[in-house]
Design a protein around this ligand. Sequence first.
Ligand SMILES: NC(=O)c1ccc[n+]([C@@H]2O[C@H](COP(=O)([O-])OP(=O)(O)OC[C@H]3O[C@@H](n4cnc5c(N)ncnc54)[C@H](OP(=O)(O)O)[C@@H]3O)[C@@H](O)[C@H]2O)c1
Length: 295
Amino acid sequence: MVIIDGKKVSLELKEELKASVEEYRAATGKVPGLTVIIVGEDPASQVYVRNKAKTCKEIGMYSSVIELPAETSQKELLDTITLLNNDPQIHGILVQQPLPKQIDEFAVTLAIDPAKDVDGFHPENLGRLVMGHLDKCFVSCTPYGILELLSRYNIETRGKHCVVVGRSNIVGKPMANLMLQKLDATNCTVTICHSATKDIPHYTRQADILIAAIGKAGFITSDMVKPGAVVIDVGINRVEDASTKSGYRLRGDVDYEGVSAVASAMTPVPGGVGPMTIAMLLKNTLHSFQRTHAL
Ligand SMILES: NC(=O)c1ccc[n+]([C@@H]2O[C@H](COP(=O)([O-])OP(=O)(O)OC[C@H]3O[C@@H](n4cnc5c(N)ncnc54)[C@H](OP(=O)(O)O)[C@@H]3O)[C@@H](O)[C@H]2O)c1
């Protein structure tokens, strides 16, 4: 069984991005810029935001973090986004979710200039993805990272049956739509399962490529997987573990031990899809910079 090592690929990717940023800086005197907005003090979000800013700096991009208090109004947040939409130094804007209750997440998504929506959540970007204009949109970072992993591990996709479990707007739906596209790296027959699907194992057992984005630890067990399938585990679930210092450990949506005996290739958790997400965010920010400066 091949372990699809997202940590290793993300490091390679970051080196490639660093070289590109340096090349553009030398040629234009400018670098790509990403701003992350965080509202409130959710500890997990603060960790994600700090990691994003740190990784930006490592590869030579400009990065800033705007921390707003939990009681920020929707208007204040939208005004902040407008300022960033008009700031030529900023090529990517990301608003960390979850947001406090008084803020409508969809209104925030709509407020971000689609040309700076490096998360790929804006309907214009999602619409372009569905229509197959991948070179003219931002693909949301987690599905984009999975595509990159499949490609770097030379996983054959054309004509394969890809089953995606989960239909969220940020993972399941864009993922399924990507795998459907008529591209060398996709071109699958696609099935999507969700919480109302009857007999999920019936579908997952037919998958050549199985992508789990559910949010339930160990949901996909070995009896649900076709021998030789490629299994991509998107899930990040905290499970109690008294033997660790923190009292918990991270588990994916796939029962790694059981499924690794059946699959031909598989992503681990942690160290699989997760590290790719930040790398693809930076790749999208670089794309935005290239488009802005016609590079
Ligand atoms: N690695 C990364 O970088 C990364 C990025 C994003 C998310 N994640 C992780 O990936 C997981 C999914 O994230 P998400 O944002 O897509 O979650 P989400 O918005 O909660 O969506 C979960 C999806 O799974 C489906 N589902 C839930 N229970 C199910 C069940 N018993 N049977 C079948 N389908 C079921 C839901 O179906 P319904 O639509 O019917 O409710 C929904 O479509 C989470 O663990 C999250 O932490 C990881």
